[in-house]
Design a protein around this ligand. Structure first.
Ligand code: F3S
Length: 299
């Protein structure tokens, strides 16, 4: 009989939990709530919020006069705060404190004359928010190769001190590779390890479990950066599948496996992880009566 194990740290992180609670808390008092982008990468939770009255808007221009606007855990650039202030709407700031810390670092270091290097995905809202606190005094790099190219081509001409930060959900393995290409003992370079503990713990726990599993299931939104990172981390060690919820198990043909591991991104509520775990356990009984693979279409 195979064993189904959930990683020690999986699912909602502190920052997402806090943001979700802030929205529900506001909805209890006032149904006129607009979130600046989906509050989390989980369609079930977003749909529930919409049913209770929340609207998702893409820009501050879309705000209605009597709405409370919620800034999500990814945070936003300085300009967005100014736009909201100009509109005069009530604002709830659910920016994760780990992200706010990065905003503070890059703003202070920019004011001190440093150039800012940001490890991350330049299209991700969190990175765009960080860029928005740098006064256009920054460069985003995605990996050690881009960072190496910067040091080879641009660093000498820049004539500025450097401050280096990372997106909170940056891949810890790639971050280690980046640290290796930064010139050692250069007093003009300061490095801030801003990968958040939740990301670090989730990726380390997922890697440990993947090393000891035949297959891994990573549960979380397709657009969730930290879920995609978990998928990448686990794929290094065993066959890995990314699903958004337990319904998607139906379309998977999983190989028979003795040890099945489950982990989940920071936007995945506990009940969705539980559903996947329960279905795996139920279907594992089905698999025990077959000899080849687990076919969820028969469930
Ligand atoms: Fe915050 Fe880390 Fe979660 S930065 S939103 S606690 S993944």
């Amino acid at each position: 009989m195979s064993k189904v194990t959930v990683a020690k740290s999986a699912g909602f992180c502190f920052g997402v939990d806090r943001a979700v609670k802030m929205v529900y808390g506001e909805l209890e008092k006032n149904t006129k709530v607009a979130t600046l982008g989906p509050i989390i990468h989980n369609q079930d939770v977003v749909n529930d919020m919409k049913a209770k009255g929340a609207r998702i808007i893409d820009t501050v221009d879309e705000l209605r006069p009597d709405e409370t606007v919620v800034i999500r855990s990814h945070g936003v650039g300085r300009e967005i705060y100014q736009q909201i202030e100009a509109k005069g709407n009530k604002m709830l700031d659910a920016t994760c404190p780990f992200v706010s810390r990065i905003h503070k670092i890059v703003a202070e270091k920019t004011a001190e004359g440093y150039f800012i290097l940001i490890a991350g995905d330049r299209d991700h809202p969190e990175v765009q928010g960080i860029v928005g606190h740098c006064d256009e005094n920054c460069l985003v790099f995605k990996d050690n190769f881009e960072l190496k190219a910067f040091f080879e081509k641009n660093y000498k001409n820049l004539q500025k001190k450097l401050a280096i930060v990372a997106q909170t959900t940056y891949n810890i393995v790639v971050w280690g590779e980046c640290l290796n290409v930064i010139p050692k003992d250069d007093p003009d370079i300061v490095i801030y390890d801003t990968i958040c503990n939740a990301t670090d713990a989730r990726q380390s726990d997922a890697a440990e479990l993947a090393k000891d599993s035949d297959i891994m299931l990573v549960v979380g939104g397709r657009h969730s950066s930290n879920t995609v990172k978990l998928y990448e981390v686990c794929s290094r060690f065993c066959k890995t599948y990314h699903i958004e919820n337990s319904d998607e198990l139906r379309s998977l043909k999983l190989p028979n496996a003795n040890k099945i591991g489950i982990t989940a991104g920071a936007s995945t509520p506990a009940y969705i992880i539980k559903e996947v775990q329960t279905k795996m356990a139920e279907n594992e009984i089905l698999a025990a009566n077959q000899d080849e693979e687990i076919d969820f279409a028969q469930a």
